[in-house]
Design a protein around this ligand. Structure first.
Ligand code: PLP
Length: 237
């Protein structure tokens, strides 16, 4: 065998540790460059990642996990070290809300009245208030979930009336960047977030945007949760 094998978990852990170090430095650098002193959270996105690797990332100090797929999440959940918070970030059918409502502290992907109603109902049954973000389809892409920008005011007013959900802000997956051509989408999200903050005050404190390929860009536009999968855990199979 001449090729180095990475099936050994020590090698994988080593790479996760190096990746984490690099990402943390990049985040600090981007925050400095943007002149920001507020707090940003690094979320580890766990889709397709074995629970051992997730737990290793948590042992390094990552305190926030992002889950996309209900089935996969339920299969791994009981093996997670319970030191980190868990947010649900993937497309969510309302009939699946009941399986995750007691396991996650925030849902980033709320984009319909039906889903908001169901989260509100299930949260009430658990005796809790669930934090939510409205997902915004900022690029107007057919392939993506999210509320159209011109519907946000109406939808956020609706959400604020529901007593067992608490609107904390917005999540977006801006279109892929081609030479900085998507800066305008990040800018638009920052404007939407700041508008909502100035109108409705203290609960609005979360702007979730930026993934492996664009988190440093997102930090220039006020993002305070970056959701990182492949740059941390390696490319998904
Ligand atoms: C997969 C995923 C991420 C992370 O993507 P990477 O490019 O691997 O960092 C972030 N947010 C959502 C909603 C995702 O589905």
């Amino acid at each position: 065998m001449t090729e180095k094998s990475f099936s050994n978990s020590d090698d994988i852990f080593f790479r996760i540790r190096e990746n984490y170090k690099r990402i943390s430095e990049n985040i600090d650098g981007a925050m400095d460059k943007a002149g920001r002193k507020d707090r940003v959270r690094l979320m580890a996105v766990t889709k397709t990642v074995p629970f051992e690797n997730v737990n290793y990332a948590v042992s390094l100090g990552i305190d926030l996990l992002g889950e996309n797929r209900v089935q996969e999440f339920l299969g791994k959940y009981e093996f997670y070290d319970s030191k980190s918070q868990i947010h649900f970030i993937g497309g969510l059918q309302s009939n699946k809300v009941k399986y995750i409502i007691d396991k996650v502290s925030m849902i980033h992907s709320v984009d319909s009245v039906k889903l908001a109603d169901e989260i509100n109902k299930r949260a009430a049954l658990c005796g809790k208030i669930t934090d939510i973000l409205i997902e915004v389809n900022v690029g107007g892409e057919k392939s993506k979930g999210g509320v159209a920008p011109d519907q946000i005011d109406e939808f956020s007013c609706y959400c604020k009336e529901l007593s067992n959900i608490r609107l904390r802000g917005f999540m977006a997956i801006p279109p892929i960047d081609i030479n900085g051509s998507n800066n305008k989408y990040f800018e638009q999200m920052e404007r939407i977030y700041n508008d909502c903050r100035s109108k409705s005050g203290k609960n609005i404190d979360t702007l979730s945007m930026g993934m492996s390929n664009d988190y440093q860009q997102a930090l220039r536009y006020g993002s305070n949760i970056v959701r990182i999968g492949s740059a941390l855990f390696g490319r998904r199979k």
